[in-house]
Design a binder for this molecule. Structure first.
Ligand SMILES: NC(=O)C1=CN([C@@H]2O[C@H](COP(=O)(O)OP(=O)(O)OC[C@H]3O[C@@H](n4cnc5c(N)ncnc54)[C@H](OP(=O)(O)O)[C@@H]3O)[C@@H](O)[C@H]2O)C=CC1
Ligand SMILES: O=C1O[C@H](COP(=O)(O)O)[C@@H](O)[C@H](O)[C@H]1O
Length: 518
């Protein structure tokens, strides 16, 4: 059975509607194709796109890595990964036809001859198709390899589309480790691909719930007029993980830390979506223009005093998560026993715009917390007075809008209600919308959406150069205060399995607030 492909469209109206997400026929070349990301995320994402019938016609994947193996062995390895990781399960029949589009190409990243051979292979596919194809180069390698790969692609003449076809590049994270390295990387990319052909992945933007933030805000008359400092008291963004440094991640993580690994990219993207002004249209640049303004408007935190007062960093000590005992951060595999890298960070930020004057945005992210959950909660101000003289407001009485990014994707609104009975007492209740119940099918994985968008030429959900650099500019000051100042703010501690250090609770307590219980 051939795997389903997107049907040709006949109706021009349908054409307009689908235009933005119509993946164009192409060959995807994955650099680092025998790695964990390809096995766990990229191939299962493409397989699920195939299962949905959304792959473009004449689609091919070429995996590029240095170990010697045949197409068949490569396909078998990927099949195992797909069985474990495919969102919609694995069908032998579908895999048999889908996997025929996958090929393996052995080469070192630094070897020009390997790229010339790749060019020959791509030309051979073009001949078989009877026409040249578009090319999507996916850099799923360690970031140090981006430069040689890009230079070799240019040298081998692969970075230009032929005969009116496009050539695009997708760059995995991390995109640099500070402003200087991100700028350097941007220069290298710009020397090979135009910005319009450059797709910097931030997989949080591919999550359905993150995409829904703009719709929730700008398509609902109920929320849009209230989305400002007049009605909103504060916003919290929490990204909790119940894992530590499994799978050898400690080596990379210990060079990055929570701030670089999660805040600079994913959490700043969520913050931008919550705080941005409405874009004038839905083009990639209009949306990204508004998002970058939020990052530029972040009140800078400069010097150890300002950083110490607004940012808490911490490492976990030994503890237990879900009843399983865990070692402390410094005892993790591939982590320096004297590491000064944070596995948790909490921040109090201000977005200095008209809309957000005086509204704190509290962000926290950490490893080895009690559960995996990412959510945004918008806490509304209390009404000026409660007109029930005899009634007492319960402790937690603010209206809260909770956007659950993952898991159990959905939106909940907490409101006050009168408890049934004669006495007038009030209680918070929850109005709850769940994706699983309302849409009757699971949302696509972030990588499915992002791969399709890159094939369709829609960069809305990818980070633009100025967004990345503005975020690093802000983050660099914090890293500087922690690692280069003579009197750095302390590294706090929390037991694995707890909700973080007590200093992070104090950060909100000083403002008369507390973290929402997840
Ligand atoms: N894994 C994940 O869940 C995530 C990963 N990322 C990012 O994706 C990127 C890849 O990560 P991951 O898949 O985990 O990395 P891995 O270490 O698992 O894979 C590295 C890949 O690069 C290849 N490679 C390394 N050196 C060379 C070389 N000199 N020439 C040719 N091939 C080479 C390896 O090939 P060979 O096997 O032949 O040695 C392998 O295919 C990183 O930037 C990472 O930060 C981002 C988000 C999540
Ligand atoms: O980019 C990263 O994200 C993951 C968390 O992603 P999620 O989709 O599972 O929430 C994080 O574990 C990792 O450290 C980071 O590099």
């Amino acid at each position: 059975m051939p795997f389903p492909i997107m049907p040709e469209l006949e109706n021009p109206f349908q054409e307009t509607l689908l235009q933005r997400h119509r993946a164009e026929p192409c060959t995807v070349v994955i650099f680092g194709a025998t790695g964990d990301l390809t096995n766990r995320k990229l191939i299962p994402a493409l397989y699920n796109v195939a299962a949905e019938g959304d792959l473009p016609p004449q689609f091919k994947v070429v995996g590029f890595a240095r170990r010697d193996k045949s197409d068949d062995v490569f396909r078998q390895e990927l099949e195992e990964g797909n069985r474990k990781n495919s969102r919609q399960g694995h069908s032998d029949e579908l895999w048999a036809s889908f996997s025929q589009s996958i090929h393996y190409h052995r080469s070192e990243f630094e070897d020009l001859e390997g790229y010339k051979a790749l060019a020959e292979l791509l030309n051979k596919f073009d001949e078989e198709r009877g026409a040249p194809a578009n090319r999507l180069f996916y850099l799923a390698s360690a970031p140090e390899a981006f430069k040689p790969i890009l230079e070799m692609l240019r040298e081998a003449g692969l970075s230009q589309g032929v005969n009116g076809k496009w050539a695009r590049v997708v760059c995995e994270k991390p995109f640099g480790k500070d402003l200087a390295t991100a700028r350097g990387l941007n220069e290298t990319v710009a020397g090979t691909f135009e910005e319009k052909d450059t797709y910097r992945i931030d997989h949080y933007l591919g999550k359905e719930t993150a995409q829904n933030i703009m719709v929730l805000r700008f398509a609902n008359a109920l929320f849009e007029p209230n989305w400002n400092s007049r009605y909103i008291d504060h916003v919290q963004i929490t990204c909790a993980e119940n894992l530590g440094m499994e799978g050898g991640r400690g080596g990379y993580y210990d060079t990055a830390g929570a701030l670089r690994d999660m805040v600079q990219n994913h959490l700043f993207q969520l913050l931008s979506l919550v705080a941005m002004e409405p874009p004038t249209d839905l083009s990639a640049d209009s949306v990204r223009d508004e998002k970058v303004k939020v990052i530029r408007a972040l009140r800078p935190l400069v010097g150890p005093e300002a950083v110490g007062a607004n940012v808490i960093r911490a490492q976990y000590t030994a503890g237990s998560v879900d009843g399983v005992s865990r070692v402390g951060y410094r005892q993790e595999d591939r982590v320096n026993p004297e590491s000064k890298t944070e596995a948790y960070v909490a921040l109090r930020l201000f977005v200095d715009t008209w809309r957000w004057q005086g509204v704190p945005f509290y962000i926290r992210v950490g490893k080895q917390l009690p559960k995996k959950a990412t959510e945004i909660s918008v806490h509304f101000k209390k009404p000026p007075q409660v007109p029930f003289a005899t009634a007492r407001l319960p402790g937690s009485s603010e209206n809260t809008l909770v956007i659950r990014i993952q898991p159990d994707e959905g939106i909940a609104l907490r409101i006050l209600c009168k408890q049934p009975g004669q006495a007038l007492s009030m209680q918070q209740v929850k109005m709850d919308f769940r994706y699983s119940g309302s849409f009757g099918k699971a949302s696509p994985e972030a990588y499915e959406r992002l791969l399709l968008d890159a094939m369709a030429g829609d960069a809305t959900l990818f980070a633009r150069r100025d967004e990345v650099e503005s975020a690093w500019k802000f983050i660099d000051e914090l890293e500087h205060a922690w690692h280069k100042s003579p009197n750095p703010p302390p590294m706090c501690e929390y037991p694995a399995g707890s909700w973080g250090p007590k200093e992070a609770d104090d950060l909100l307590r000083q403002d008369g607030r507390e973290w929402r219980l997840l």
